[in-house]
Design a protein around this ligand. Structure first.
Ligand code: B12
Ligand code: SF4
Length: 528
């Protein structure tokens, strides 16, 4: 018998109403203040364009337990978007959906279901749609709704339960540039309490040309595909018009094609973008072909936004670690690039990884390096994301400490979930938290405030000046002051948020329970 195949709540095959849900992040962590969704706002937009009644719920935006269950109870299909650490919460929301609406088809999609569909079935899915779903989801809904010529087996990336077994359709397929260009701009009004989102996502590319061993991006997007910059610029300006003061360019490596990215930055500046911009790039993209710092690129990065935040996967200050994750850059060169960015006035969000074979000295060296070179710190534990080469190695070596579905909430980078080789897991956990405390300290906040008051200053960007000109004369002085203050004190704001987050984590009873759990794990490998 086919299970959950959209026969609808009343046994009819019509599909009218769809809910798309992104379960919230587990616990409190260093990035919980970034309230934004991932793929479902755009999916809701394409599903609505296909004629369905659809709403999107993102717990990180509208708050925990904010799903409108009355709406979900009337849905024919309920789709869940998951990453690994949100799986336990997703399973809870699925269980609630089953009680309220037993006839609905439960569909899973997103990074975790794409890379480990079996785990999604374990969490309660009837179907899993792997990979990008802007074209396949409307196709699936049409088939579920009884489209005469359609069959599940024709849908790329689909797996479904049938007669107790899991069946699979055509392999997933990545969208082409033409298909990406044809996608609509996100209609944020479909997101429940969209006004509570603090950051708007914009994108130029999907995928990343690098293939780091621990990262899942290339499993989801095997090729790096660009869409036309005009679409991105429209999206950026639309975010500004909608009142967002920060846009996150979510490309995994924005400067993969540096000349094209520089052209994009020029257009953003001349097009009047005047808010903060967050972007992710490799530190060595700051060098020109001659090996020198590319000043023109730095200037463009700074001028494209009111405040530019560059997220850099530093990973480690140790050359051996950098070689182990195939980063193709050494710590000294990386330091030169980070220093140049900071000197230009760009905020550098440094992303570090605590690897299983790190020593105490390596962990502390990373902390020292972070305090020297970056504005904000994200120091995550290596996490075995499904489908990656490193995860296969950890599975073979038996280093995974927590494997059940309930424990996947620990896979958020804030918890040590792999057995370290050179110390006990609880020691590694505490050493990394110690580096967070040293980074996000009151002393460093005061130093940043002094620096902001006396040293940090910029000429307003082209977009900001245009924005001031458009204001009535009597509002200009206040706006001018706010623009300068937000730039001058941006590092203070970052450090203060981090300080508060770290305090909350340290005082969290769940965190204390996790520490006790780690401590109860006996020494194994170190004894050998
Ligand atoms: C923006 C971003 C963030 C933001 C906020 C995102 C959020 N709400 O979680 C911040 C900076 C806060 C963040 C934090 C973290 N992130 Co993050 N993040 C991203 C990033 C760069 C972009 C996400 C995005 O918007 N993509 C664009 C959309 C269109 O893609 P998508 O969500 O995959 O959706 C498509 C398909 O997957 C599918 N789909 C998605 N949902 C659904 C649902 C249904 C029903 C269907 C049918 C299909 C479907 O269709 C969509 C359209 O094609 C991705 C990398 C990437 N390129 O995707 C990492 C990524 C999602 N993050 C990742 C991780 C691990 C984290 C962290 C744990 C920390 C870390 N970096 O290690 C935290 C945890 C956050 C949390 N929620 O708890 C991993 C997730 C892997 C996994 N299996 O868990 C990714 C894939 C990066 C990686 N290196 O592997 N992240
Ligand atoms: S550069 Fe970043 S996004 Fe690209 S593969 Fe490496 S870790 Fe993943």
């Amino acid at each position: 018998m086919l299970q959950g195949l959209g026969l609808g709540r009343d046994g009819m095959s019509a599909i009218n109403r769809i809910a798309l849900i992104e379960a919230g992040s587990p616990g409190l962590n260093i990035y919980s203040h970034v309230a934004m969704g991932r793929g479902i706002p755009l999916l809701a937009t394409v599903v609505r364009a296909a004629g369905y009644d659809v709403r999107a719920f993102i717990e990180d935006v509208s708050g925990r337990d904010s799903v409108d269950w009355e709406f979900v109870a009337g849905c024919d299909v309920v789709g869940f978007s998951a990453i690994t650490c949100t799986m336990p919460r997703t399973a809870e929301l699925v269980a609630r959906t089953r009680v309220l609406n037993p006839g609905a088809t439960i569909l899973f999609g997103g990074p975790e279901p794409t890379c480990d569909p079996a785990r999604s079935f374990e969490a309660g899915a009837d179907m899993v749609l792997r990979g990008e779903a802007e074209l396949t989801l409307p196709r699936l809904l049409a088939v579920l709704g009884g489209e005469p010529a359609g069959s599940l087996g024709d849908i790329e990336g689909l797996l479904w339960r049938e007669e107790g077994a899991v069946r699979e359709g055509l392999p997933m397929r990545q969208l082409t540039r033409t298909e990406l260009d044809a996608l609509p701009l996100v209609d944020r009004s479909l997101v429940h309490h969209a006004e509570d989102a603090s950051v708007a996502a914009v994108w130029r590319t999907r995928g990343c040309p690098s293939h780091c061993d621990f990262c899942e991006v290339c499993e989801i997007y095997p090729r790096c595909v660009h869409r036309s910059d005009d679409r991105t610029l429209d999206e950026l300006m639309e975010a500004q018009r909608n009142g967002y003061d920060t846009a996150f360019l979510i490309d995994d490596n924005a400067a993969a094609n540096k000349p094209a990215f520089m052209e994009f930055l020029r257009k953003a500046a001349s097009g009047g973008y005047a808010q903060a911009l967050v972007t992710q790039l490799r530190a060595d993209s700051i060098f020109g072909k001659d090996g020198k710092i590319d000043r023109e690129f730095l200037k463009l990065l700074k001028r494209a936004a009111a405040v530019t935040v560059v997220c850099v996967g530093v990973e480690s200050a140790s050359d051996e670690d950098l070689a182990a994750v195939h980063k193709n850059v050494d710590a000294k060169r990386m330091g030169r690039a980070l220093r140049a960015m900071k000197r230009t006035g760009i905020l550098v969000h440094g992303m570090f990884i605590a690897l299983t074979d790190d020593t105490r000295e390596a962990l502390m060296r990373n902390g020292d390096y972070a305090r020297k070179y970056v504005t904000s710190l994200q120091y995550l534990f290596e996490t075995p994301l499904p489908g990656t080469k490193r995860t296969a190695e950890h599975e073979a070596a038996g280093t995974m400490l927590f494997r059940t579905l309930e424990d996947l909430s620990l896979y958020d980078g804030m918890h040590c979930v792999l057995e370290p080789l050179k110390m006990h897991a609880s020691e590694m956990q505490q050493l990394v938290l110690r580096e967070y405390r040293r980074f996000y300290s009151k002393r460093r906040i005061v130093a940043a405030a002094l620096q902001g008051t006396f040293v940090r200053f910029r000429r307003l960007s082209q977009g900001q000046r245009a924005m001031l000109r458009d204001l009535p004369v009597w509002r200009r002085a206040g706006a001018w002051l706010r623009m300068h203050a937000s730039y001058k004190y941006a590092p203070v704001a970052f450090l203060t948020v981090g300080y508060k987050r770290v305090q909350v984590v340290l005082n969290d009873p769940d965190y204390a329970a996790f520490l006790r759990r780690l401590e109860s794990i006996g020494p194994r490998r170190q004894e050998a």
